[in-house]
Ligand binder design. Structure first.
Ligand code: G6P
Ligand code: MN
Length: 445
């Protein structure tokens, strides 16, 4: 079975390969094709993978190419993990927004819109080429903003594109752990959009255990989301939000902390990754060791500013291992081998949330088998959450429309309608600022 990874020179590719190396079952991935625009990045990652594979007799064969069509032909699965504009682009997304006093984050608020406007045209082009060259392939989209990008691709690939994120799984795992439940046996009642969802219940053996957590301040304050949002706010909500809702519920503090930070997340990662790839240009560098050190530093500093404003302290040891590669592998296995499972994924709504149309991509528990991912029925969201979901989906639709038409006015509308952008004038200046720094936005006229 052939897996093609777009963005194959990306830093997190060894996580995916590491998961593949642990899969020895019949029907596993036997060939990985890395595609990237940058040959130097491809060779750096290829070296890390070679060290990972040492001593594993059935390790998937790895090849690398800068030719997209060649990479796609014959693929059974395509992982899309691209970063249009690179980390330099991410740093610009943050800086322009923060200078206007609004949030610059790669998936939330103004920064997410800018990143979406740059990424959607490229993702659509990839989707068209997959539909043409590998029409039977399943596409797993990691590329952020993942919900929006998945929806853009679904217009060309239908339900053959599935978006993934590790944050709902991580959240479910943390809640199960504090409740003393086995995450594998727990049913997580979660729904929303990517990076905009809520856990409303966690059932074990048919019983909802979440009320027990909400009733116990010590327990509630003992894990990441309890520390981030505070016990009182979680009890008021009666649900546990995805960590990215910190940017909404504590927006002012998050913006200030990001403004005051020595470097934004994008700038920090830009410098960190530049060091990594520079080190890897030395053929004697111990590839795996350098990669692993860099990864550990990245994990430890994830959402550091948010945790600082909340006085949440350092991340738990158990939360440092990531997990999106596990979601990706589980999804691939379920489809390729018809191993039925349940995963929280980004798929088309169908009739799951009645306030959204059937084609809107949402994040929801799905039953997965050889026929793909099928969203399960969930309880409606409360009014406050429905309001946010509808507002942000409307913004996403304006981003898709702007990417489609190239209309600058539509891009302004996308920014202006976002709940975290507080004036139409700010939206206008954001479009000015972003088009000035991003060549990838030259299509907006
Ligand atoms: C979480 C999010 C991902 C994001 C990742 C890395 O896992 O769900 O969407 O890509 O964090 O964030 P970072 O700030 O390290 O790039
Ligand atoms: Mn994510």
């Amino acid at each position: 079975m052939k897996l093609t990874i777009l963005g194959g020179g990306g830093f997190r590719v060894p996580l995916v390969y590491g998961a593949l190396l642990q899969d020895h079952a019949e029907g596993r991935v036997t060939h990985v094709v890395l595609h990237d625009l940058d040959p130097a990045r491809l060779s750096a990652v290829t070296r890390v993978l070679a060290e990972q594979a040492a001593g594993v007799p059935d390790a998937p064969e790895v090849s690398a190419t800068t030719d997209l069509d060649e990479a796609l032909r014959g693929a059974d699965f395509v992982f899309s993990a691209i970063r249009v504009g690179g980390l330099e682009g991410r740093a610009h997304d943050e800086r322009v927004a923060l200078a206007e006093g609004v949030l610059g984050q790669e998936t939330v608020g103004a920064g997410g819109i800018a990143y979406g406007l740059r990424t959607v045209p490229v993702a659509v082009d990839i989707a068209r080429r997959v539909a043409h060259l590998a029409p039977d392939a399943w596409v797993i989209n990691f590329t952020n903003p993942a919900g929006l990008v998945t929806e853009a691709m679904s217009r060309h690939l239908g339900d053959r594109v599935i978006g993934i994120c590790d944050s709902p799984v991580g959240l479910g795992r943390r809640i199960a752990r504090v409740l003393g439940a086995n995450p594998k046996e727990a049913w997580i009642d979660y729904v929303g959009l990517n990076h905009l969802g809520w856990v409303r219940g966690l059932r074990v053996a048919g019983r909802d255990e979440l009320p027990r957590l909400l009733a116990d301040p010590d327990l509630l304050g003992s894990f990441e989301e309890g520390k981030l949002f505070g016990v009182d706010w979680l009890r008021s909500l009666g649900a546990i939000p995805n960590e990215y809702l910190h940017y909404y519920y504590f927006n002012r503090e998050a913006v200030r902390a990001y403004q005051q930070a020595e470097k934004t997340r994008g700038a920090f990662l830009h410098d960190q990754q530049a060091r990594f790839y520079a080190e890897m240009s030395n053929p004697d560098a111990p590839a795996w060791k350098v990669w692993e050190r860099t990864r550990a530093e990245r994990e430890a500093t994830y959402m550091a500013e948010n945790r600082e404003t909340a006085g949440a302290g350092e991340r738990d040891e158990d939360d440092l291992s990531g997990g999106y590669e596990k979601v990706a592998l589980a999804l691939m296995r379920a489809i390729a081998r018809d191993e039925r499972t349940t995963l929280i994924l980004n798929v088309r709504n169908q009739r799951t949330l009645s306030v959204l149309d059937t084609d809107a991509v949402i994040e929801v528990p799905c039953l997965v088998d050889a026929n793909g991912a099928h969203p399960v029925t969930v309880d409606p969201l409360p009014g406050h959450a429905t309001g946010l979901v509808c507002a942000v989906k409307a913004v996403e639709r304006e981003v898709l429309a702007a990417a489609d038409s190239g209309s600058r006015a539509t891009a302004v509308k996308a920014f202006a309608l976002h709940p975290l952008v507080d004036s139409v004038n700010v939206a206008r200046r954001l479009v000015e600022g972003y088009t000035d720094v991003h060549p990838g936005l030259a299509y907006l006229r």
